[in-house]
Design a protein around this ligand. Structure first.
Ligand SMILES: Cc1cc2nc3c(=O)[nH]c(=O)nc-3n(C[C@H](O)[C@H](O)[C@H](O)COP(=O)(O)O)c2cc1C
Length: 191
């Protein structure tokens, strides 16, 4: 495990959405470290709603196939549609690691909303812990989260929500920071 001693601020400043990874597969130790950081997120009522599904190559291929199928539906040419399905599936199988983050869905709306917020905080903990290990993450969401084939591929059971799917690995390239509004321009100091 390549461990760097960096501060939380350095991890926050250094985190980027990583779209290109090296072939190195994160070790089990590294995965356990970032998941352990995830479950330390703040959590009202300590409901611990988060669930993690570490996808192996087969599961990644199946998830990619689900995504590829959605893209292929927009393509008329049968052969081109089939190429799209296969390409997206193979791209996902080739990723160093994917983690699907699920959450339990409480019947109470207020608890469910808080649980969703807490699960996202867990995702941020995971992402920052990854940076501290020299790894990077790419958060993925969208309509695919509701796709039955994607659900089957991730292993997230019925009754749980798929919150995000994360690509995780060693960055091959780290993009520059995106321009953002300054905190000062978005802050009101009330007397
Ligand atoms: C809730 C959430 C959902 C996201 N979903 C996607 C996605 O579906 N596809 C994608 O390419 N990036 C996705 N991202 C990543 C954002 O595009 C990225 O964070 C943003 O461009 C800022 O870049 P940075 O993370 O490098 O600062 C998502 C981020 C968040 C927080």
């Amino acid at each position: 495990m390549r461990s760097m001693t960096i501060t939380a601020i350095e991890a926050i400043n250094g985190r980027r959405t990583i779209r290109q990874f090296t072939a190195r597969v994160p070790s089990r130790d590294e995965v356990e470290t970032i998941l352990t950081a995830a479950v330390l997120a703040p959590n009202h009522r300590l409901t611990q709603p988060w669930r993690f599904f570490v996808l192996g190559a087969e599961a990644r291929y199946a998830y990619g196939m689900a995504l590829g199928n959605r893209k292929a539906k927009k393509i008329e040419d049968v052969a081109a549609a089939e190429r799209m399905r296969r390409t997206v599936a193979e791209e996902h199988a080739a990723l160093p690691m994917m983690i699907a983050v699920g959450m339990t869905e409480d019947a109470n709306l207020e608890i469910r909303e808080e649980d969703y917020a807490a699960t996202m905080m867990a995702v941020q903990n995971l992402s920052l812990a990854a940076v501290s290990l020299g790894l990077g993450t790419h958060i993925k969401t969208g309509a695919i989260m509701q796709d039955p084939a994607a659900r089957a591929a991730t292993g997230v059971p019925e009754g749980e929500r798929i919150v995000v799917v994360l690509n995780v690995g060693e960055p091959a390239t780290v993009p520059p920071a995106k321009e953002r509004k300054s905190a000062a321009s978005l802050t009101t100091w009330m007397p």
